[in-house]
Design a protein around this ligand. Structure first.
Ligand code: SAH
Length: 345
């Protein structure tokens, strides 16, 4: 018999499954809490569940568990990068960032990625597969267990395009915000997308108040298409309109991510165009000095250029930050650690 992945099931689904085993719904709540609040690793630890139900559960369900194969802690800022092995042997990356306001975990949503952004290491070997909700949850759970620290924020900004794994993403988000689980509200979650317009619209209707970040990287379609193949499918005018609608519905401030690449997207003219594009929106522009990836020849803009780019945006009244470099000593940029691990095998 194929065992079902119980850690990917929302509470209502667990109730149905437990009902089919001839048990009362409150048993499902107990099991759900063991899995998602107490972060328990086996059915035998569920001490308020009868032995016979535990045995039935062991037969019917699998318990997805991730194994940390590497944990690297930055000496600069305490950022930790984790390399996790999935039940099928694939590996993914997650990052723990420690801020004054709490701990934030950056999770992966896919093994690899098929979006093809030219500067990104995660996409170099294409998409292997989508992650299950359980595999997204486990990244957070394992980091809490390993560090003994509570996670208060989640950013879906690791490997993969979250809106290319939409249904599992939404299930994952419902489960992390469930009061019987970690109870992390949408306000403390950020989803980063390369701009899949129909999914932005669909996500606005899910009833979350999650924060949305758009990977912009160029203010004009022609330049953006050169960096991000997905831009050919979804022109900026459409993406921006979908973001405006997302804002109208959720009232969450938008973030635009802009990785600065020397001589490609960092000119004063492009800063001006970017300012015109986002002017009047409740938004933050996050400038990221591009992380140089060995397989790509993009170079990081020099600090003077970055400052100049920032000044132009500020003069136009745009909120802008330069992303604080976290964990640059531990290969913390998307997909780099996994890549070096796979290459080294
Ligand atoms: N697929 C999603 C989330 C993953 S990447 C997205 O596109 O938003 C998270 C952010 O890091 C994105 O803005 C991405 O464009 C950026 N990024 C990827 N590789 C990078 C690199 N080498 N240097 C700087 N930023 C990078």
């Amino acid at each position: 018999m194929i065992q079902k992945d119980i850690k990917s099931m929302e509470l209502a689904r667990v109730k149905e499954e437990i009902g089919q085993l001839g048990e009362k719904p409150f048993r499902a709540v107990q099991i759900y809490e063991w899995l998602h609040k107490k972060l328990c690793g086996s059915f035998d630890e569920m001490t308020n569940i009868s032995r016979s139900l535990r045995e039935k559960c062991k037969e019917s369900f699998s318990l997805c568990t991730l194994h940390a194969v590497e944990c690297l802690e930055s000496e600069e800022d305490g950022t930790c990068k984790f390399l996790f092995r999935l039940p099928d042997g694939n590996v993914i990356e997650s990052v723990l960032m420690r801020y004054r306001h709490g701990n934030s975990v950056c999770i992966s949503s896919q093994v690899g990625c098929r979006m093809g952004c030219r500067f990104c290491a995660s996409t170099l070997s294409g998409l292997v597969r989508n992650l299950m909700p359980s595999e997204m949850l486990e990244q957070v759970y394992q980091i809490q267990k390993i560090t003994g620290e509570r996670v208060s924020n989640i950013v879906v900004m690791g490997m993969g395009e979250p809106f290319d794994n939409y249904d599992n993403l939404v299930t994952f988000l419902r489960m992390v915000s469930d009061g019987n689980g970690l109870n992390i509200s949408g306000r403390n979650v950020t989803v980063s997308t390369c701009g899949i317009t129909p999914r932005i619209r669909q996500f606005a209707e899910e009833g979350f108040t999650a924060n949305l970040a758009l990977s912009l990287h160029a203010p004009k379609d022609a330049d953006r298409e050169g960096l991000m193949p997905v831009a050919r499918m979804y022109p900026l005018a459409q993406v921006m309109e979908a973001l405006d609608d997302y804002y109208k519905i959720t009232k969450r401030r938008l973030t635009f991510e802009y990785s600065l690449i020397a001589g490609v997207n960092d000119s004063a003219g492009q800063a001006g165009e970017l300012a015109r594009l986002v002017k009047g929106k409740n938004c933050l522009v996050n400038l990221i000095p591009v992380n140089e990836v060995r397989e790509r020849d993009f170079k990081r803009s020099d600090p003077r250029n970055i400052q100049n780019f920032k000044n132009i945006l500020e003069k136009n009244g745009i909120n802008v930050t330069i992303r604080r470099e976290m964990g640059s000593d531990i290969n913390a940029a998307c997909g780099q650690l996994r890549k070096s691990y796979m290459d080294g095998r």
